[in-house]
Design a protein around this ligand. Structure first.
Ligand SMILES: C=C(O[C@@H]1C=C(C(=O)O)C=C[C@H]1O)C(=O)O
Length: 389
């Protein structure tokens, strides 16, 4: 086990610094109204625990290259929060191999709420009408699924289970006192990444199908078949990213894909874009592109402003941190920001725990409302399969 302590806040009792029990540190920080994030990067065997005893601050600008080491969290619409790395723990984790069958456990406690179903499919149909009338080309509609459990919920246990189940995802647990709830995610979508060598990376991720065939067998990415609807839906995201590059006259980028990837219980289409920022002498690129890219057509739509207005009209819930972005910045000269998908908000009070899962899907002219509803069911299950078993 490797432990790295950048700077322990002096409010932390001595017993904790010696114990370094993450569960206790989580509870202690929450009681003291500190902000914190625990995460594991995709395919990594290290987990991190960052504490900001001030609770974090709301930012006005995104000059990423001027930020100290910390953790950035932004809602779908609105200003981001920054947690500075006042305390940072690093620990190696043993990654047990997760076999496909463990994703197939039957679910309990998942009620299909008929009112939600009706509301969602109604607004998918309305969206298709708007697209056919030429008001926009694509919109991403989302919904929530609420589940109540009796008893306590251990955020860190859930975090550990998600790390085991989804080795390719960015897994994160987050608490910001001003927001009040705990958030957990296991997301497949990188928004902005930069490594220590200055290689910038973003992806266009869209198009969804189950990774499990009707016989319960895993569909390998190389055997996936995609319809025109999904190919077009993902192409909107690629075009959107290239439009952002054009706005800053960025021509020197590499594009690879689309390729099929496995993300938990689902398959998606992914195109990867990379830029060598050192060769271009363009160190501000990640911050500039972050403000241009978010929210991309993968979680919002095309054109962006029309899609935002339509989402505000069609969705009953506030998206809050769902479909925003989050991740560590400027730790070891690296930036890793991900779109907050496959995410759940957890609120605990009086011995009860309420989980709100969020999931959405891209609607185009060729969408089928019932299939889009099923897609949101599968996306909610990514977390439900692990947390409710
Ligand atoms: C909106 C979500 O996912 C996004 C939408 C996708 C789609 O429409 O097929 C696929 C991957 C993500 O970019 C979500 O998981 O809630």
């Amino acid at each position: 086990m490797v432990i790295l302590i950048l700077n322990m806040p002096n409010t932390l009792p001595q017993t904790l610094t010696s114990l370094l029990d993450w569960e206790q540190l989580w509870q202690h920080t929450q009681q003291k109204r500190g902000g914190m994030a625990v995460w594991r990067l995709p395919k990594s065997d290290k987990r991190y625990f960052l504490v900001d005893s001030t609770g974090g601050e709301k930012l006005g600008s995104l000059d990423l290259e001027t930020f100290p080491a910390g953790f950035l969290v932004a809602p779908f619409i609105g200003l981001p929060y920054f947690l500075k790395a006042e305390t940072l723990l690093e620990e190696s984790i043993v990654q047990e191999e997760v076999v496909g069958s463990s994703l197939l456990k039957p679910l309990h406690n998942v009620e299909e709420n008929e009112e939600k179903h009706q509301h969602f499919t109604h607004w998918v149909s309305e969206s298709i009408n708007e697209i056919q009338s030429g008001h926009f080309q694509k919109v991403v509609l989302s919904r929530t699924d609420e589940v109540e459990f009796p008893g306590d919920f251990s955020t860190l246990k859930a975090f550990g289970q998600l790390c085991q189940a989804y080795p390719n995802a960015f897994v994160c647990a987050l608490y910001i006192p001003e927001l009040g709830s705990t958030w957990l995610c296991a997301t497949p979508e990188t928004l902005v990444e930069q490594n220590a060598q200055g290689i910038f990376r973003t992806i266009a991720l869209a198009g969804t199908q189950s990774a499990i065939d009707p016989l319960g067998e895993i569909i390998l990415p190389q055997n996936a078949r995609w319809s025109q609807k999904e190919i077009e839906e993902q192409a909107y995201v690629c075009r959107y990213i290239i439009e952002c590059f054009k706005k800053i006259r960025l021509r020197e980028y590499q594009e690879i894909g689309p390729k099929t990837i496995l993300a938990g219980n689902l398959l998606h289409l992914k195109t990867e874009f990379t830029v060598d920022t050192q060769a271009l002498n363009f160190s501000q690129l990640p911050g500039i592109l972050l403000s241009l890219l978010h929210p991309t057509s993968a979680v919002c739509g095309t054109p962006k402003e029309e899609a935002i207005a339509w989402i505000a009209k069609a969705e009953k819930h506030a998206r809050e941190l769902y479909s925003g972005y989050l991740g560590p910045v400027n730790l070891g000269d690296e930036i890793h920001l991900f779109v907050n998908l496959r995410t759940v908000k957890v609120d605990q009070s009086e011995g009860k725990c309420r989980a709100t899962y969020f999931a959405g899907c891209g609607i185009t002219e060729d969408s089928d409302p019932e299939k889009e509803w099923q897609e949101t069911v599968m996306k909610c299950q990514t977390l439900q399969r692990v947390l409710e078993n």
